[in-house]
Design a protein around this ligand. Structure first.
Ligand SMILES: NC(=O)c1ccc[n+]([C@@H]2O[C@H](COP(=O)([O-])OP(=O)(O)OC[C@H]3O[C@@H](n4cnc5c(N)ncnc54)[C@H](O)[C@@H]3O)[C@@H](O)[C@H]2O)c1
Length: 262
């Protein structure tokens, strides 16, 4: 375990979706280093196991839970298993997501539905299922992973951008409703991050979309995880309904995009 991370999550339980890879894995490891017991949730049981094992090997506490966050019965079971095995639920991180890149007229209804199911419907399911335990926490926190695509055109992915815009609005409105329960709801909007999903965008796609990595590098899962850890912790006790861009400045470019660049 790194001695550098503040122990903001001692005695807390976190539920992280899509924890088997990429950003979700980075978030699970970071919250565990901060003292959280972590439910590592993923569609892929092997990858969830690997993240939980890495946490255990570093002296932390974690369980691996396999399921599809867009399926109501799975979510009910996952939240129960996490709460029962780790003793409550204080932090919910909605990170699992899917991305289909392609022009609107070439995309399918199946892709549209799957994108909405995993990126948005799942938030309804996890937040509803976790609500009683988050309320009981007294300092519950939800952090949703949106995207820079909620705010500006990046590459052709109308469905994905629509869901991420939905995540921003979901976050704001739910924050209003849950403030009375002392549950804070925030989001992080990453720019391009080096993960399996991130690698589906080629360097030339990013160049065409006008990205400028003004900090000189692509983002890493740990960059997003640090922002999530802040928003999930009591250090952000006066922050709710916010969406924090974590883009390395990639969204600061103003070059006009032409339709033929799509
Ligand atoms: N990588 C980027 O550039 C980038 C940028 C902005 C936002 N994001 C967002 O960050 C989040 C994580 O992205 P990533 O790049 O780490 O992706 P990734 O594809 O590398 O990892 C996603 C993980 O989620 C799991 N998953 C997918 N569908 C699931 C389901 N239905 N139920 C449970 N688990 C499921 C996958 O098995 C995988 O382990 C997503 O919400 C994504 O939209 C990513």
């Amino acid at each position: 375990m790194s001695g550098a991370d503040p122990r903001d999550f001692d005695g807390r339980v976190a539920f992280v979706t899509g924890a088997g890879a990429g950003i979700g894995q980075g978030i699970a490891l970071r919250l565990a280093r901060g003292g959280a017991a972590v439910a590592c949730v993923d569609l892929d049981p092997g990858s969830a196991q690997r993240t939980a094992h890495e946490i255990g090997a570093a002296g932390g506490r974690a369980v691996a839970l396999a399921g599809d966050v867009s399926v109501e019965a799975d979510v009910t079971r996952l939240v129960e298993q996490a709460g029962d095995s780790l003793g409550g639920l204080d932090v919910l991180v909605n990170n699992a997501g899917v991305l289909y890149v392609g022009r609107f007229e070439d995309s399918t209804l199946e892709e549209w539905d799957r994108t909405f199911d995993v990126n948005l419907r799942a938030l309804f399911l996890t937040c509803r299922a976790a609500l009683p335990r988050l309320r009981a926490s007294g300092a519950g926190a939800i952090v949703n992973i949106a995207s820079m695509a909620a705010f500006r055109y990046t590459v052709p992915h109308v469905a994905y951008a629509s869901t991420k815009g939905g995540v921003v609005a979901f976050t704001r409105d739910l924050a209003f409703e849950l403030a009375v329960d002392r549950i804070r709801v925030n989001a992080v909007a990453p720019g391009p991050i080096a993960t399996n999903m991130g690698s589906s965008l080629s360097a030339s796609d990013l160049e065409k979309a006008g990205f400028r990595f003004v900090l000189g590098r692509i983002g890493q899962p740990a960059d997003v995880a640090e922002a999530v850890a802040f928003l999930a912790s009591e250090r952000a006790s006066y922050v709710t309904g916010a969406t924090l861009p974590v883009t390395g400045g990639a969204d600061l470019a103003t070059r006009a995009l032409r339709p033929e660049d799509a």
